[in-house]
Design a protein around this ligand. Sequence first.
Ligand code: ZN
Length: 213
Amino acid sequence: MVELITSDFSPSKIVCVGRNYIDHAKELGNEVPTAPLLFLKAPSSFIENGEAIVLPEQSKQVEHEAELGIVIAKRCKDLADDADVKEYIKGFTCVNDVTARDIQRQDVQFTRGKSFDTFCPIGPHIAAALDTTDIAVICRVNGEIRQSGRTSQMVFSPAFLIRYISRQMTLMPGDVIATGTPAGVSKLNAGDVCEVEIEGIGILSNPIIAAKD
Ligand code: ZN
């Protein structure tokens, strides 16, 4: 079953996982974490499939991050290590965790670099039944492949992440977990079109425009 993600989609929070693919942690010069590295994107950064990612004037290095997104089905708190997470998953979708890399580095903490308006394309829809053990996560810019990973390369699996996050903060229906990005992040420029494709879900496509366009 497939449900379209439209402009009225409104997660109470977007929880992201940093450095969840070994190759991506290394390309940015980071160690692979021993526990999930969590951060939040502002819900106001959400845009749907086809809407433009706006490059803010504050940044000179905005990058794409193709990620498998988990959409939460019901309130979820304090799950045990062996809890079955199936009932808490509404489905899976594509997320582009757009990042102002220069600002992320400058600020150390991630809030500003990750939360500019339009920095969280999600969609095009929610695929309810999907085996995410080993599926392709791809990012193309202007048709050229920049990122190509597989979910089997994740350090922490979707089920592990749901249980872990539920013990740090209550997950609410419609919340999104972005599960980290494979290697190959690169700079986006005005006029580009960025696509996130996840096997079994579909293609999330967004044009890039400058703030003054
Ligand atoms: Zn990310």
